[in-house]
Design a protein around this ligand. Structure first.
Ligand code: 5GP
Length: 195
């Protein structure tokens, strides 16, 4: 989708370790026009997948996830990074996830109340790098006995392992934008074809 590509080219900053900073329109300040375009594209791809719920991880997945969920008219659920005092151990599904940007592990939690074996869950996230966040969410869906309807990503870094891991797991993945390479010396980003 050229609109998101244009924003990445104009406003994206390349940080060490192949991290792309897009705080001006997705990761801190959020541009609703970009979100709308992302949402429409993800909805169009997944509209016949029988989606009953949209799942993401706080915080940056929430904006695209709520937009997509609104279009499907289904609830959006986000995995929490801290266990709230209102949730107790046996009432939750939890999984350990490695954070690509912070290089630490953290445990994410959803209440058992909000995922059931009848659900077909569309997982949405801002970035796909090595796939740990998405694989963790797939694990949570599996713990509930629910089905994964697919994984929708705003920005995939196709030179990292995530896409391959998801495909090996048999998951239908659609990324709005795919980045083929980030050159930190020349500060250039090249895009991969397809979604
Ligand atoms: P993965 O778990 O696939 O390795 O990484 C995906 C998660 O790490 C996303 O939820 C995202 O928040 C974060 N992430 C990975 N790569 C980038 C990046 O280049 N830029 C930003 N802003 N976040 C990233």
């Amino acid at each position: 989708m050229s609109y998101l590509k244009d924003k990445i080219i104009k406003e994206g900053q390349i940080l060490p370790n192949n991290v792309l900073k897009i705080d001006s329109f997705l990761n801190q300040q959020i541009d609703p026009t970009v979100m709308k375009a992302i949402e429409e594209e993800l909805y169009t791809y997944f509209k016949d997948h029988g989606v009953t719920k949209v799942l993401t991880i706080e915080a940056s997945g929430i904006a695209p996830a709520i937009m997509v969920a609104a279009h499907f008219d289904v609830p959006m659920l986000f995995a929490k990074k801290a266990l709230p005092s209102t949730l107790t151990g046996d009432g939750v599904y939890q999984v350990e996830v490695h954070s690509y940007t912070k290089n630490t592990n953290y445990r994410v939690t959803v209440s058992k109340q909000y995922l059931s074996p009848d659900d077909r869950v569309l997982i949405i996230d801002d970035f796909l790098a090595n796939g740990d966040a998405a694989m963790g969410l797939i694990d949570l869906v599996g713990q509930a006995g629910a089905a994964v309807a697919g994984v929708g990503i705003c920005v995939e870094k196709s030179f990292q392992a995530g896409r391959g891991r998801l495909e090996v797991a048999g998951v239908d993945v659609y990324s709005v934008v795919r980045i083929a390479a980030i050159d930190s010396e020349t500060k250039t980003i090249s895009f991969a074809p397809g979604h």
